[in-house]
Design a binder for this molecule. Structure first.
Ligand SMILES: *Cc1c(COP(=O)(O)O)cnc(C)c1O
Length: 361
């Protein structure tokens, strides 16, 4: 069976060339006589791979020197706890901008460590818009402001950095599902984190980009393995890192660099999402409920007017080489996740199928 176009929200599609290279190198990495999976993380060979991956990421995102890049475990979900444990310090509050399932989950986790203040919420619109933050101000006693820059489940994405008054408090962004899909100004953030399995690589690794001045206020009970300072002092190898995932994200970074970097992939991401939204908006069968100003370029939920067609849609999609289009259980309908590694051709085939299906329905 050949590979199909995979719209899974995560773990998600990887560039085919990366998978082929990994396959070729799987049994014997670079004449070591062993798989990269089977060698020490402290070996010179692995250290070089690890450092190259970090440097490539720094190049891709133009990460300033006063930020550490950490390769950690425990997923983005783990970061919902790591962030307060590491940077809350003596503060009694955490500010959260609630725009969907993932920022709401982050607020829930943060509530174990401090009082959570919901600065703004779009829950009353079923998370179909983004809040106007121009007159919003961080709480005086909050340690940081958390938001999710792309809500994977709901399909809303901030098109720019939230324009609230932060009172100079660190802005923390969960970028799990759109990191490296568009340029960002890292210097505006205290912490950026992202689980790998959406837009970076396989599951098992989470990236944290941490401004250096935030490294020194960890709570005394922070587990060492989740302590940003300890991990940064040990180049993310305080304990054994997920070596194979690290190698894989390194290959994805190389692939991205060879394809025009973040600036280059953004152009394709715009083409892909424009084509899909246009197809949805022009049809009578499909609809996307999200405010057009807030639509995600990565995760595109859509519903069929006649829900009894859902099962047939999914079966015929698969027959046309299109898989994993079922929407999240909390939202229903369909969702096409069109991450960096999903080629433009995949969206073309999808939209042609959708148009054809509508005619036949
Ligand atoms: C998938 C996802 C998470 C959770 O990631 P895990 O790696 O499962 O912990 C958190 N935030 C966002 C935005 C996500 O898309």
């Amino acid at each position: 069976m050949s590979r199909l176009f995979n719209f899974c929200a995560g773990p998600a599609v990887l560039p085919e060339s990366v998978l082929i290279q990994a396959k070729e190198e799987l049994l014997d990495w670079n004449s070591q006589g062993a798989s990269l999976m089977e060698i020490s993380h402290r070996s010179k060979v692995f250290m070089e791979i690890a450092q190259k991956a970090e440097q490539d990421l720094r190049d891709l995102l133009h990460v300033p020197d006063h930020y550490k890049v950490l390769f950690l475990q425990g997923g983005a979900y783990g970061q919902f706890s790591c962030v307060p444990l590491n940077i809350l310090g003596k503060h009694s509050k955490i500010d959260v901008i609630e725009t969907g399932t993932w920022s709401a989950k982050a607020a829930e986790c943060a509530a174990h460590y401090a009082q959570v203040n919901i600065l703004a919420s779009t829950k009353n619109t079923q998370y179909r818009t983004l809040p106007d933050l121009t007159n919003v101000c961080a709480s005086e006693d909050s340690g940081y402001i958390h938001y999710c820059s792309n809500e994977t489940i709901n399909g809303v994405e901030f098109q720019s950095i939230p324009a609230l008054n932060t009172r100079n408090k660190p802005l923390v962004a969960d970028m799990s599902s759109h990191i490296l899909s568009r340029p960002i100004d890292v210097s505006k953030f205290g912490i950026i984190f992202a689980g790998a399995q959406k837009n970076i690589g396989p599951a098992g690794l989470v990236l944290a980009i941490v401004r250096e001045d935030l490294l020194h206020q960890a709570h005394i009970h922070t587990p060492d393995a989740f302590n940003y300072l300890l991990q940064s002092q040990n180049n993310s190898m305080l304990n054994t890192p997920p070596t194979f995932a690290w190698y894989m994200v390194g290959l994805v970074f190389e692939w991205l660099k060879a394809n025009g970097g973040v600036e280059g992939i953004e152009k394709i991401n715009i083409q892909k999402s424009d084509l899909l939204y246009k197809t949805i908006d022009q049809s009578d069968l499909y609809s996307n409920p999200i405010d057009p100003m807030c639509r995600s370029r990565m995760n595109v939920p859509f519903i069929l007017k006649d829900e009894t067609l859902n099962a047939r849609f999914l079966i015929e999609a698969k027959q046309n080489g299109l898989i994993n289009l079922e929407g999240h259980r909390s939202v229903g309908g369909m969702r096409a996740s069109i991450y960096n590694a999903l080629p433009l051709q995949g969206v073309k085939v999808l939209t042609e199928f959708m148009t054809h299906f509508e005619k036949m329905a």
